[in-house]
Design a binder for this molecule. Structure first.
Ligand SMILES: [Zn+2]
Length: 111
């Protein structure tokens, strides 16, 4: 395994990994707050940092069949959520390339 670089975000409102406090996402990158994860509420982000991807797999979600990959914190390996790689339903295509982070897996950095 190579060296892990930690990417720092500089916005005023940053979400961190709830376990190790590595930066995960900028509040500005939230696409939608009305998603449901495995553990309750989850946010859909356009962009996240310091994550690594698990294997792609097909998953049947509430909104139909999707190809997703779990995302893990790059620093502590806690699972944060998943990335939408592909959506089968046309009306779900907007999610492709975006990331879900479970609300319980992130914490706000001093705001
Ligand atoms: Zn972490």
């Amino acid at each position: 395994m190579g060296q892990m670089f930690k990417e720092y975000l500089t916005g005023p409102r940053i979400y961190c990994c709830s376990n190790c406090r590595a930066h995960s996402a900028d509040h500005e990158q939230i696409f939608s707050k009305s998603f449901k994860g495995r553990y309750g509420r989850a946010y859909l982000f356009n962009h996240v940092v310091n994550v690594c991807l698990g294997p792609r797999e097909e998953r049947l979600l509430m909104t139909g069949k999707h190809t997703v990959a779990d995302i893990y914190c790059n620093c502590c390996r806690q699972i944060l959520g998943w990335k939408y790689e592909q959506a089968m339903e046309l009306k779900e295509k907007y999610k492709e390339g975006k990331y879900i982070i479970e609300k319980t897996k992130m914490t706000k950095e001093s705001w």
